[in-house]
Design a protein around this ligand. Structure first.
Ligand code: HDD
Length: 727
């Protein structure tokens, strides 16, 4: 049940939804045409006689069909599949030392936000669970205008210069001759490109890690990726990297699980986000900043302008400066989530750009794409894109203009309107670009400071826990295993040797390839053909870089809560009501969602004749939709489940996907019917890695407590080692 505060927010949200302009909701109204004429018959077209042809004259029919025929707009060229939500952002302490941006200095302000999460490669209707980067785009509707933080759930990018973006996307999208595969990077063209682009290696480590298959959009980090500038009221600037830290921690699913979810519920993430908000479990992130003083620009081994690099948190800590809460679902997917137009160039006074060549290229691309996608220059007038502060300028006309500009003048300077709209001085909030000194020659080249492509890939790999490393190996074996061209696989082994020899040899083994004794140096296409290669050797290290960076591993994330985790309670007629409800109540008290899954829908009759409502049947549920499983006692229920292949499969899958499993001692027979329990070592005592997260007890209260701690651990990846469980 949502608490008092949450209920208040939900009620206020309803009011906002009613008050906003452009909203329409038919409650007992009469159906009309778009010209407002009441319709008498919406079921039959106008015909010449009962069995005669339809008449052209039927303006009601024509209007309806014409509108329908034009319902589609081009989907986004990337990030087509997305899910959105409204919310608010509030800063904890004034950041005025660094920036004059009002939403980062005024602690009393609640700034409205709209967030759109997305996958990158798939089409609009593709699954939520491919191995992919997730977009994490936040629109802040500040009192000084819109600021868009258009980031991803990974802190680096594939390429250093935006001129390579079309190549990257053409390579990862379905192949041009047969439009295969959908929403997948596991194919020849992607790896062909990557194997020829050493600068992508760091990003590839992230993409092959579990970050690419999140458990929930609510459990992902977000990153602004580029280094931006903050500028304060004295026009002093510092560099900044933006982070979003989810309060529920960073968690993923298993790859086998991701593939199954894609079949059983392609809307898994969208549904999860929607349901969390509807139930008052508002997703929360803290905004983090890494601040680098201007004077330290050249202090690091890497270039701050290079988007394939992070600033390790050991070198510059992340300060958590505010919180974002998503508390309202969109009213209409198309009007809001589809029509929202983000742009890295939407900044407010106090935030400015750097010369990162990827960022600079993005500054061009985003408006350009909206012109084709949303059909013209007035896309900013679509309700979801409008700032909350008024807009005044001399821009006029264009397709679908909404604003009715009054008066005679649409130019500046003018005298007829007293010079309106007037310019604002910087002190009055007028945007002034940071006066960065630039003294340069025009050059189509990349800086030598961008040429260390492997150190941070190695840092990322070394920072992972053993199971995470294994997942990277498995992911690379999977992805490259789907590549038909052996030369591409081999070239990738060459790249991986630059990251870690052991990683390379494990992947090579899985692919049946050899790691060459003397791997060829990866080809670097960003070096101009007629250049002296010595000019592009990475600079020698300047500052000690950590061997490992703890925040890079998801193993170190917060694991103190089971809030919003979904737990299946497997039961059938004859279940022991106390054994079921004690655990159910304890889980719900800890904030989890506990659902009874049974052989049939409706109610099951407990041993004491009470009726227990069933949420899902084995036909409509699947183990992969849950974070943990509990089997209560009751001899008839246990007998039914132990003989039910679906119930046993449910448990086998949960074990294979390393989830917490609990059974009342009276239900241990159901576990004994599973593959894993039979195969577990004779010694089923605590402390055995394979038994971790498997709980059997005859004390339902004690079991619930241990179970809750186990679920909070998220997954017991160590179990994967023997790889003996079919699922
Ligand atoms: Fe981009 C969409 C994130 C590089 C060109 N991008 C888009 C979205 C996100 C990102 C989250 C979806 C926004 C939404 O939900 O509507 N893009 C990134 C990040 C990048 C990046 C984090 C690197 C740091 N993007 C990038 C480059 C270019 C683009 C280098 C082109 C030069 N991106 C686009 C685009 C899209 C887009 C074609 C497609 C739809 C849209 O803009 O509105 O303009």
């Amino acid at each position: 049940m949502p608490g008092k505060k949450t209920t208040k927010v939900l009620e206020e949200n309803k009011k906002i939804a009613e008050l906003s302009p452009n909203k329409e909701e038919s409650t007992g109204e009469i159906i009309t045409t778009n010209t407002g004429v009441k319709i008498n018959d919406d079921h039959n077209s106008l015909k010449a006689g009962e069995r005669g042809p339809t008449l052209m004259e039927d303006f009601i029919f024509r209007e309806k069909i014409t509108h329908f025929d034009h319902e589609r707009i081009p989907e986004r060229v990337v990030h087509a599949r997305g899910s959105g939500a409204h919310g608010v952002f509030q800063v904890y302490e004034s950041m005025e030392k660094y920036t004059k941006a009002g939403f980062l200095t005024d602690t009393s302000r609640e700034t409205p936000v709209f967030v759109r999460f997305s996958t990158v490669a798939g089409s609009r209707g593709s699954t939520d669970l491919p191995r992919d980067v997730r977009g994490f785009a936040v629109k802040f509707y500040t009192e000084e205008g819109i600021f868009d933080l258009v980031g991803n759930n990974m802190p680096v990018f594939f390429i250093q210069d935006a001129i390579k973006f079309p190549d990257l996307i053409h390579a990862v999208k379905p192949e041009q001759h047969n439009e295969i595969p959908q929403a997948a990077s596991a194919h020849d063209t992607f790896w062909d490109f990557i194997s020829l682009m050493p600068e992508s290696t760091h990003m590839i480590m992230w993409l092959m890690s579990d970050r690419a298959i999140p458990r929930s959009l609510r459990m992902m980090e977000g990153f602004g990726v580029h280094t931006f500038r903050l500028v304060n009221a004295n026009n002093e600037s510092c560099f900044v990297k933006f982070h979003w830290k989810p309060l529920l921690g960073v968690h993923s699913v298993a790859w086998d699980e991701a593939q199954k979810i894609s079949g059983k519920d392609p809307d898994f993430h969208r549904r999860d986000l929607w349901e969390a908000i509807e139930s008052g479990n508002f997703p929360e992130w803290e905004l983090g900043v890494q601040i680098v003083p201007e004077a330290d620009e050249h202090k690091f081994d890497f270039d701050l302008l290079d988007s394939t690099k992070i600033i390790p948190e050991e070198l510059v800590p992340v300060q958590r400066i505010g919180k974002m809460t998503l508390n309202r679902n969109p009213d209409n997917f198309f009007a809001e989530t589809e029509q929202v137009a983000f742009h890295i160039g939407h900044v407010v006074p106090g935030i400015d750009f750097t010369n990162d060549p990827l960022l600079q290229g993005r500054l061009f691309s985003y408006t350009d794409t909206q012109l084709i996608r949303l059909g013209g220059p007035n896309f900013q007038e679509i309700p979801i894109n409008r700032p909350i502060n008024p807009v005044h300028n001399n821009q006029r006309d264009g397709y679908m203009r909404q604003t009715i500009n009054r008066g005679r003048t649409a130019y500046s300077p003018n005298s007829l309107r007293g010079g309106d709209p007037a310019q604002a001085k910087a002190a009055e909030g007028g945007f002034t670009s940071y006066t960065e000194r630039i003294d340069a020659v025009k050059i189509r080249e990349r800086s030598r400071s961008f040429f260390d492509h492997f150190s941070q890939a190695t840092l990322f790999y070394n920072s992972q826990s053993d199971p995470e490393k294994q997942h990277i190996v498995d992911a690379l074996r999977f992805e490259l295993g789907k590549v038909d061209t052996v030369e591409i696989r081999q070239r990738m082994i060459g790249i991986l040797t630059q990251v870690d020899k052991d990683l390379a040899s494990q992947v090579a083994y899985g692919l049946g390839l050899e790691v060459p004794e003397e791997p060829e140096k990866p080809i670097n296409h960003s070096v101009p053909a007629d250049a002296d290669p010595a000019k592009y050797e990475p600079f020698p290290p300047k500052t000690p870089v950590p061997d490992i960076s703890a925040p890079l591993s998801m193993a170190n994330t917060v694991k103190d809560s089971i809030k919003t985790r979904k737990i299946a309670l497997l039961a059938a007629d004859g279940v022991d009501a106390a054994s079921l409800t004690t655990v159910k109540k304890a889980l719900e008290a800890a904030g989890a969602i506990a659902e009874v899954v049974a052989p049939h829908l409706g109610d099951i009759i407990a041993a004491d004749d009470t009726l227990i409502p069933v949420v899902k049947s084995f036909l409509t549920a699947a183990s992969v939709f849950y974070d943990a499983i509990y089997v209560p006692s009751g001899s008839n229920s246990v007998a039914t489940l132990e003989a039910d292949a679906d119930a046993v499969h449910f448990l086998n899958e949960a074990y294979r996907h390393c989830k917490a499993i609990a059974a009342h001692a009276g239900a241990v027979q159901v576990l004994e019917a599973t593959y894993f329990f039979k195969k577990l070592p004779e010694d089923k005592s605590e402390g055995s890695a394979l038994m971790e997260g498997v709980i059997v007890s005859d004390d339902a209260t004690g079991l619930a407590n241990t179970f809750i701690k186990a679920i909070a651990q998220h997954r017991f990846w160590e179990r994967e080692k023997p790889r003996r469980v079919p699922a």
